[in-house]
Write a protein that binds this ligand. Structure first.
Ligand code: SAM
Ligand code: SF4
Length: 313
């Protein structure tokens, strides 16, 4: 599918649930996040995936909330991954991977992103409400399971990340993983908190000048670097300080059945009335692609209503 700015849309991110077992400060408002939705049924998710595949989507990432908190998610993913041999991927906080990693791999998931912002027990618990040990155990199980790609996503936060950048980046010395530092985005009910903690991605290179530019993935918003003799790469993702909209190849589907053609826009296209009519479903997807905004306006104080947990990152 081509949008009206001639960008080829080949990548879809599907949120499987808004539920989460953590409560990260930049993602879920601490004063409560109303889970307001009618979650798509398994059949409806499957219909959407089939339509996306027929429209030429080549990569699908499952996200959430925490995707692994969805009821019966593992058999659902196994069925979906059998539809076509494309790049099936998942983003997870990793806390249940000790039990789920191998099943996910066997189901057909090829790429896994694990969110891990800090290796400090106390900071992890303050930021997420969860236990660092469960995330680290999960990461270890993911590495053992042998996905094609395993990546760590770390959100950059002023006063918290500076002392973590080196130890997280050094993870790439021993392991064939990409560690990606992501600039905090002020979104939804967490926007005020996020604005206070913004830390520009330049900080990573300032703290680790030994990082040398490595290959650039096409269509990926990350710039990649490497430490000398490292097995993996260090990525830097700069949605705030650098605008990569002109290369954007993705759309998002929320757990309540809306297409978001752009992460940073409140434009949504409802799918719920066409989920059981395949032709209309495909038409609606094409319509959403056609109205994808040219760029985001985050730096011009654009405000996004949904929380990140209601979009999927
Ligand atoms: N629960 C899963 C997880 O944490 O990986 C998947 C959903 S989470 C919304 C997807 C990604 O969005 C995570 O890597 C998380 O760190 C990132 N994220 C959430 N809120 C963010 C924000 N305000 N700015 C930047 N990244 C954010
Ligand atoms: Fe949950 Fe992921 Fe959001 Fe953290 S970032 S609250 S783990 S959805």
């Amino acid at each position: 599918m081509l949008d009206k700015f001639n960008r080829k849309i080949t990548y879809a991110r599907i949120s499987l649930t808004e539920k989460c077992n953590l409560k990260c400060k930049y993602c879920m408002p601490q004063n409560g996040c109303k889970i307001h939705i009618n979650e798509l049924s398994d059949k409806e998710v499957e219909n959407i995936v089939k339509a996306l595949l027929d429209e030429g989507i080549e990569k699908i990432r499952f996200t959430g909330g925490e995707p692994l908190m969805r009821k019966n998610v593992l058999p659902l993913l196994k069925r979906i991954c059998s539809f076509a041999p494309i790049d099936w991927a998942i983003t997870t906080n990793g806390t249940t991977l000790k039990h789920d990693a191998l099943t996910l791999k066997k189901a057909g998931i090829k790429h896994i992103n694990i969110s891990l912002d800090t290796l400090d027990d106390e900071d992890y618990n303050t930021l997420t409400g969860g236990s660092l040990k469960s995330a680290l155990d999960g990461l270890e199980s993911a590495l053992d399971a042998g996905f094609e790609t395993t990546r760590i996503n770390a959100v950059l936060m002023r006063g918290i990340s500076e002392k973590q950048i080196e130890s997280l980046a050094k993870f790439t010395l021993k392991h064939n993983v990409d560690v990606r530092f992501i600039e905090l985005m002020p979104i939804g009910g967490c926007a005020k908190w996020s604005k206070e903690y913004l830390l520009k991605a330049d900080k990573v290179l300032e703290i680790m000048p030994e990082l040398k530019i490595s290959t650039q993935d096409t269509n990926a918003p990350a710039k990649y670097y490497k430490l000398p003799d490292a097995k993996g790469r260090v990525g830097i993702i700069t949605p705030m300080s650098c605008n990569f909209c002109s290369d954007c190849n993705r759309i998002r589907i929320t757990a309540d059945g809306k297409i978001k053609p752009c992460l940073h826009s409140d434009i949504e296209v409802n799918l719920t009335d066409v989920l059981h009519n395949y032709d209309l479903l495909r038409k609606r997807i094409k319509y959403a692609v056609n109205i994808k905004p040219e760029r985001h306006y985050l730096n011009e104080n654009q405000f996004i209503m949904r929380n990140m947990s209601q979009i999927g990152g």
